[in-house]
Design a protein around this ligand. Structure first.
Ligand SMILES: NC(=O)c1ccc[n+]([C@@H]2O[C@H](COP(=O)([O-])OP(=O)(O)OC[C@H]3O[C@@H](n4cnc5c(N)ncnc54)[C@H](OP(=O)(O)O)[C@@H]3O)[C@@H](O)[C@H]2O)c1
Length: 327
């Protein structure tokens, strides 16, 4: 089969934390050609992603990868980027309401999701769209919280089902990469302790609450290789993705014995955290919030031979100790 005859998988946000890593397993398997979307094909992040893939893939694998410029704010741009796609991995970036404005029903994220839906419905070749979804926070918390970054993704999934789109919800857990600093965006989440004794991970919730952790690109890419050949049987269902449940205390221990979780108050947290993120952390304290937030839909866990190939979170945190601690 020539490269142009292979099924086409479109990957949105291909330079970002969630999707960059999935380019590797998808290209390694040789069964798909990939169209990676970015705002600017000449950006530093595209160059870095290309160099990384060149360094880990055999010669010739990159012939199955094309980069295309796409702006998720434009329906026309999305429709062009989806043209000829057999599979699409679709995601939105978070958007936060202004701190001093009334809490809206939806933000940019929801409207981007609806544009993705329209563009996908116009893609006649499409066999399945994989939608990066999260729990409906209202259902998860018996109507107490809204957590827009979560609920909007569930609202879009509901709309996709209503409009008859062939879609599988992909539900990643807490990204392991959240502990890494993002230059120009946020500092190391783990800081030197004020008393000079080791390091502190300061967060406004109990360090013993367990949640699902995910190495997003790697784990989702691994899951997709299992899901795509049987995509029809997963239609309108949700596949959770993540290695296993871990608490912040266990995560800190994995980075090193000198890293301690410290629970801080809400006012202090709001100095460096959006109110929506604080709500998300409140949600972690609700019993069975993960299942309740998806109660309308059927969840399908991939088989053990797939989940065994996910990143081991203890090893991941050990391997990234220096970056996490800013050494
Ligand atoms: N952090 C977590 O624990 C977690 C867990 C589950 C789900 N999520 C969800 O993951 C999403 C964030 O993903 P991420 O961490 O991969 O984000 P990220 O690292 O900030 O990357 C954002 C990506 O979106 C692309 N992008 C931004 N604006 C765009 C535009 N106008 N048009 C086209 N592409 C655009 C960027 O591409 P270019 O810069 O190359 O254009 C980049 O590839 C959020 O919706 C969040 O709720 C996060």
């Amino acid at each position: 089969m020539t490269v142009s005859e292979l099924p086409l998988m479109v990957v949105m946000g291909a330079t970002g934390t969630q999707c960059r890593g999935m380019l590797l397993p998808l290209l390694q398997c040789e069964r798909y050609r990939i169209r990676a979307l970015t705002r600017d094909t000449a950006s530093d992040s595209v160059s870095r992603t290309k160099s990384w893939l060149e360094s880990v893939l055999p010669a010739g694998a990159l012939e199955r990868l094309e980069w295309m410029a796409c702006d998720i704010m434009s329906l026309e741009s999305l429709t062009r980027a989806f043209n000829g796609a057999h599979y699409i991995y679709a995601m939105t970036r978070d958007s936060y309401p202004p701190r001093d404005a009334p809490y809206p029903d939806h933000t940019e994220q929801y409207h981007t999701g609806l544009r993705i839906l329209e563009a996908a419905l116009a893609t006649s070749t499409l066999k399945m769209l994989f939608w990066s979804v999260l729990q409906d926070a209202g259902k998860a918390t018996d109507g107490k919280l809204r957590v827009l970054t979560f609920t909007e993704k569930a609202d879009v999934f509901r709309e996709m089902l209503k409009r008859g789109l062939k879609v599988v919800g992909v539900a990643p857990g807490w990204f392991m990469q959240n502990l890494l600093p993002v230059p120009g965006c946020h500092e190391n989440p783990v800081q030197k302790a004020k008393d000079g004794n080791g390091y502190e991970h300061r967060l406004p919730y109990s360090p013993d609450l367990p949640f699902r952790v995910t190495d997003p690109g790697h784990d989702i890419g691994t899951m997709l290789l299992w899901a795509i050949p049987q995509a029809d049987s997963l239609n309108h269902k949700i596949v959770p993705v993540g290695s296993r449940l871990m608490s912040t205390r266990e995560i800190c221990q994995a980075v090193g014995e000198d890293v301690k979780p410290v629970q801080i108050g809400r006012e202090e947290a709001l100095k460096f955290m959006d109110p929506v993120d604080l709500e998300m952390m409140d949600m972690l304290g609700y019993d069975k919030w993960e299942e309740k937030g998806f109660q309308e839909w059927q969840l399908v866990e991939p088989p053990k031979e797939v989940t065994d190939r996910y990143s081991d979170p203890v090893k991941w945190h050990q391997d990234h100790r220096k970056e996490i601690l800013g050494m």
